[in-house]
Design a protein around this ligand. Structure first.
Ligand code: IPE
Ligand code: IPE
Ligand code: MG
Length: 231
C-alpha cells in the first residue's frame, strides 16, 4: 500500500460517458460499456494501492430501463461476463464484493454470477467493491420508509435510518466522482451523500485512470470540510 496522506474510506463513482466515448469513435454504445469495465479494474487496483476501503460503482440506475433493449441487454451481458470470470480481480486480490439496489428484474444468470461472487468473497477485507445495480437513491429511501411503516417502530434517528438503507454499515462516501463533465447526481445515494465532496472530471469513464483518481484525492485533501461548523 502506498501512503499519500489522508485517504477517504469510501468513494462513490457515477460512471458516465461510456456512450459518448463510443459514439465519438463511430462505435456502437455498448463498446463504450465494454471499455468501461477496464476503467473499473484500473480504479479497483488504485483503491487497493492507496488503501481505500470501500468503492461503489453506479452501474445501472432505476432510470436506465428507459434505454433500448439492445443497450440494456448489452450492459447485462458485459456485467455477467465480467463478474463470472473465474480468474476475477476480486478473488485474486481478496476483495469483498457487495451490491446495492434490487436485482430481481435482472436476468437469472446475471443475478447468479453476482450472488456467487458475493458468497465467494464475503470474508475478504482488503477492499469492498459495491456495485449499484438497478439502484436509485429515492428507491433506497422509499424502501427503507416502507420497511419502517410495516414494522412497529414509531421513530428513528438519522443514524438508525442510515442502517435501514442498502448501504447499511458502509460509511457514507466522503468523495463522489461523476465522470464525463455532467454535473448532476442522477439519483445516486441521495441520503448518504449529504456531506460528500463532489468531483466532476471531464474525462469519459472509459478513459478514467489512476492519475485522475490521485488528482481527486489530492484535491480532497486540500478541501476544508466544515460540516456546517466554523473553523
Ligand atoms: C454510463 O455511461 C453507463 C451507464 C449509465 C450504464 P452512459 O451510457 O450514460 O454514457 P453517455 O452518458 O451516454 O455518454
Ligand atoms: C447515471 O448516468 C447512471 C449510471 C452511471 C449508472 P446516466 O447517464 O444514466 O444519467 P443521466 O441520464 O445523464 O442523468
Ligand atoms: Mg450518461
Amino acid at each position: 500500500m502506498k501512503s499519500i496522506g489522508k485517504i477517504p474510506s469510501h468513494i462513490g463513482i457515477i460512471m458516465d460517458g461510456n456512450g459518448r466515448w463510443a459514439t465519438r469513435r463511430g462505435l456502437p454504445r455498448n463498446f463504450g460499456h465494454k471499455e468501461g469495465v477496464k476503467a473499473i479494474e484500473r480504479t479497483i487496483l488504485a483503491c487497493l494501492k492507496y488503501g481505500i476501503k470501500y468503492c461503489t460503482f453506479f452501474a445501472f440506475s432505476t432510470e436506465n430501463w428507459r434505454r433500448s433493449q439492445e443497450e440494456i441487454y448489452g450492459i447485462f451481458s458485459i456485467l455477467r461476463d465480467y463478474l463470472s470470470d473465474p480468474n476475477n480481480i476480486f478473488m485474486r486480490n481478496k476483495i469483498k464484493v457487495d451490491s446495492i439496489g434490487i436485482m430481481d428484474p435482472f436476468p437469472e444468470d446475471l443475478i447468479n454470477s453476482i450472488n456467487n461472487l458475493k458468497e465467494n468473497t464475503k470474508d475478504y477485507e482488503n477492499l469492498t467493491v459495491i456495485f449499484a445495480l438497478n439502484y436509485g437513491g429515492r428507491d433506497d429511501i422509499i424502501r427503507a420508509v416502507n420497511n419502517l411503516l410495516s414494522s412497529n417502530k414509531q421513530k428513528v434517528t438519522d443514524q438508525e435510518f442510515l442502517k435501514l438503507l442498502d448501504t447499511k454499515e458502509i460509511p457514507e462516501p466522503e468523495i463522489v466522482i461523476r465522470t464525463s463533465g455532467e454535473m448532476r447526481i442522477s439519483n445516486f445515494m441521495l441520503y448518504q451523500l449529504a456531506y460528500s465532496e463532489m468531483f466532476f472530471p471531464k474525462t469519459y469513464w472509459p478513459d478514467f485512470n489512476e492519475k485522475h483518481l490521485l488528482k481527486i484525492i489530492k484535491e480532497f485533501q486540500k478541501r476544508d470540510r466544515r460540516f456546517g461548523g466554523v473553523h
